[in-house]
Design a protein around this ligand. Structure first.
Ligand code: MN
Length: 268
């Protein structure tokens, strides 16, 4: 199971949630909203677990935390994953658009100079602008548009730019999103939850609710749940093998773990 966009540090008992993810063997990308959260959030990942941590500066906090960009730069060499980053065009955050653009450009430039990163990206009411910036920084790494809700036209552009997509149970409950997901390339999709922000049945989504997204994808694409799981694991293995970081190829531990799963499933 894969939850490629989760805010582990924002649950009321982050250690318990991280331990449960470890016990269940879930691949988790634990994203941060500020560079100052990076060290503590990284420490949540149990030894030998499949929990990875992303270094981020959330667009909704750009105006308050832009002073942390220096800290972002100093942590970046040790971070293979970057997020949550992006732009937010909703009325509450549009007044800080210039700060958001400055922060997002800074991060994309830093990632380019560092040789590229796997990036989980927020694009609420801002998908055209996000794609525009990604086009301006083609060497920033592999963008994963999390909870993409743009137009079909923006989706086509995102696909042409090489974007990946992470989709969650809350997103897959909406018919408009389901139509978009039908058009997404199956070899560039991962599951996510966006917990604890995203709600499921009136409660905060937990990382293991990613299974609900797997089940929804199976229905949507008329594939078995088992085949979807194999597809998602193969996607993750390809994604982490694709990227260079500090002269090293990809996330070797992740790739190996995925290969073990790949072999097990292939031999069935
Ligand atoms: Mn999020």
């Amino acid at each position: 199971m894969i939850d490629f966009h989760s805010h582990l540090d924002l649950y009321s008992d982050p250690h318990a949630v991280a331990e449960e993810c470890n016990a269940r063997g879930i691949y988790v990308l634990s994203v941060t909203t500020t560079p100052s959260a990076w060290i503590q959030t990284s420490a949540l990942a149990p030894q030998g677990s499949r929990v990875r941590t992303a270094l981020g500066l959330h667009p909704q906090l750009a105006h308050q935390r832009k002073s942390e960009l220096n800290l972002f730069d100093s942590h970046l060499p040790g971070a293979m994953y970057v997020g949550e980053i992006g732009l937010d065009g909703a009325p509450d955050f549009k007044p800080y658009w210039n700060d958001q653009m400055m922060v997002f450009d800074h991060v994309l430039r830093a990632c380019s100079q560092a040789g590229g990163r796997i990036m989980t990206i927020h694009s609420r009411r801002a998908s055209s602008a996000v794609l525009d910036r990604l086009e301006a920084f083609p060497n920033a790494g592999t963008p994963i548009l999390h909870w993409f809700s743009g137009s079909k036209r923006d989706l086509d552009k995102a696909i042409a730019l090489g974007c990946w997509f992470s989709v969650g149970p809350a997103m897959l409950a909406a018919e408009k999103s389901r139509t978009l997901v039908r058009h997404m390339p199956r070899d560039r999709i991962l599951t996510e939850t966006d917990g604890p922000f995203a709600q499921i049945e009136g409660r905060s989504a937990m990382p293991w609710d990613a299974q609900k997204a797997t089940i929804e994808l199976a229905t949507l694409w008329e594939m078995s749940e088992f085949d979807i799981e194999q597809l998602l694991n193969n996607n993750l293995r390809r994604l982490v093998g694709n990227i260079y970081s500090g002269g090293r190829l990809g996330d070797a531990d992740y790739r190996q773990l995925s290969e073990v799963i790949g072999k097990r499933t292939e031999s069935r």
